[in-house]
Design a protein around this ligand. Sequence first.
Ligand code: AP5
Ligand code: MG
Length: 218
Amino acid sequence: MNLILLGPPGAGKGTQAEALAARHGLIQLSTGAMLRATVKAGTEIGLKADAVMKGGGLVSDDIVVRIIKERIAEPDCENGFILDGFPRTLPQAAALEKMLKAAKHRLDAVIELKVDDKVLVARISGRFSCSKCSAGYHDTFKPTKVRGVCDTCGSKEFTRRADDNAETVQARLMAYYKETSPLIGYYFAKGRLESVDGMGSIEKVGADIELAIEMLAG
Ligand code: AP5
Ligand code: MG
């Protein structure tokens, strides 16, 4: 099964992709995480991406398309993947369609997560993740079970993202409405889209996503 999670910054794409990956044995493909890895590695692409991400804009289509194309071709993606944060523009969606066709992969479902802007800012402000295994948490909405210890790997080191500040969040929201929201109509027209209310608890949203997948792919 191959899925896309669409939604504004802080909507819960990463949280739900992580849970879906565990439930269905799929690979989570987060272009945001992949780009942050290139920044950390200090590669040429990383240097370019860093400045754009800090400003809340979108990294160029050719860079992200190349990254995803290489990743999807790896053998572990054969059993299915969840795209978290890709595609984000119409040219990226067109490139994905070509890639999937060439690899004889099917796109089963596109799930849009709908969340009010005010809530997005609250979610982003409290977010942190494990430095070792990248498991995602929130100060209020998803704390670790034992304070200061990662539920998944037991690490005691956590990080917060450089782009999770009020100013950059506004720019990221603008980029979403301008560049990414047209994809909602694009996938609706293809009969692949279901919208899910992302305002409920993490568990409720997860259950609604499962229903939406059943409707589209079942
Ligand atoms: P990316 O990393 O994809 O960031 P984003 O789209 O801004 O989305 P976020 O990761 O901020 O939010 P999320 O929806 O994953 O929410 P999460 O589950 O963490 O991209 C970063 C940057 O990279 C972009 O700005 C761009 O520059 C670049 N980039 C990436 N992909 C690109 C592409 N394809 N093209 C061009 N540029 C690209 O949840 C947020 C918090 O809320 C967490 O703490 C979580 O615990 C909590 N939470 C989640 N769900 C709930 C719930 N239901 N109730 C309460 N709390 C919840
Ligand atoms: Mg994310």
